[in-house]
Design a protein around this ligand. Sequence first.
Ligand code: SAM
Length: 192
Amino acid sequence: MSSWHFVKQFCREPRTIGAIAPSSSKLANRMIEKINFERARVIVEYGPGTGAFTRQVLKHLHKNRTIFFGLELNEHMNRIACAQVPEIPIFQDSASEIRKYLRQFGVKHADAVISGLPWASFPESLQDEILYETQAGLRKGGVFSTFAYLHGLVLPSGIRFRSKLKQHFSEVKVSPVVWGNVPPAIVYWCKK
Ligand SMILES: C[S@@+](CC[C@H](N)C(=O)[O-])C[C@H]1O[C@@H](n2cnc3c(N)ncnc32)[C@H](O)[C@@H]1O
């Protein structure tokens, strides 16, 4: 079911969706690896789509003491996300609005942000805007996890994106390749 939604939406809006299949649980595990669930009070997810990463976060989340919400821009994907992971609020808005939603929850910063965004299909100005807002919305020492497909890493846009991460965050680590994902991917773990 999730895969069908993806293909349909990818055909309609390839630049916003950026993938033809949901991420695997192997990639989802790598995405959440650096989150300290014992200490995290606020976690934000960008582009939850069909909820591949969301479900993994929910397995570890202390629901009574951690705020967890999503920002999903695509109207159709937002409806699917709300239906598939009704445990959390998912707002139909851009990731660049993270600080607006943090304020609505009465907090200034998130402890962790995980991103399913298709960076490679974004114009540079949107990449810059979202990265700026993300680092501004994270607490010092907070972690930002995002992924990139292996085949895109050697392209000029992939190289440029990696250097942007290094400009915005004090530490950028790269995971081993997740071969079990289609297509294979790596995770960037960035620390503010
Ligand atoms: C590659 S899909 C990832 C879905 C899911 N997290 C996964 O990994 O299977 C990218 C998602 O990001 C959403 N998206 C694209 N641009 C966005 C933006 N500026 N803010 C929030 N979500 C966005 C798309 O609608 C899509 O659902």
